[in-house]
Design a protein around this ligand. Structure first.
Ligand SMILES: [Fe+2]
Ligand SMILES: [Fe+2]
Length: 140
């Protein structure tokens, strides 16, 4: 996956999404005896990151924000569900791999479809309500 798919131009969001992807990759590569620790590290970062976005979303309100909040909650729930299965004797061998693959598919879509809205709100607020527009000068 190209890193552009995770890049929105907001330094904090970009760094947090890159770290999320790194932790998903660690989970994907984890041997069975390291899977729980890798899952816990991913959950901790995801909970922190989603929590910060959720603060913005609650402030903004509206249907898009509700949808976005729901998606964060669903991901955290999935991580908890997989963790519960992993703690059982003889969990399915491909469970963690399937979760990691699904998260790698989900993350860039989520970033581009939902987090892009947060990036533009944060940019607007940083620049005192004036959106920054970069336009190419026409060659004349
Ligand atoms: Fe995000
Ligand atoms: Fe998000």
């Amino acid at each position: 996956m190209s890193s552009n798919a995770l890049t929105l131009g907001d330094p904090l969001l970009d760094q947090e999404h890159a770290e999320l992807q790194r932790l998903i990759d660690v989970l994907q590569a984890a041997p069975p005896d390291a899977a729980l620790a890798a899952l816990d590290a991913l959950k901790a970062h995801a909970a922190l990151h989603f929590g910060q976005e959720d603060g913005d979303l609650r402030r903004l309100g509206g249907a898009n924000a509700t949808c976005h909040l729901d998606e964060h909650a669903a991901v955290l729930r999935s991580l908890d569900e997989v963790r519960a299965v992993l703690e059982r004797p003889q969990p399915p061998a491909d469970l963690v791999g399937r979760l990691a693959a699904e998260l790698s598919r989900w993350l860039p879509e989520h970033v581009q479809a939902m987090d892009a809205g947060i990036a533009s709100v944060r940019t607007r607020e940083r620049f005192g309500g004036a959106p920054v527009q970069l336009t190419r000068r026409s060659a004349s």
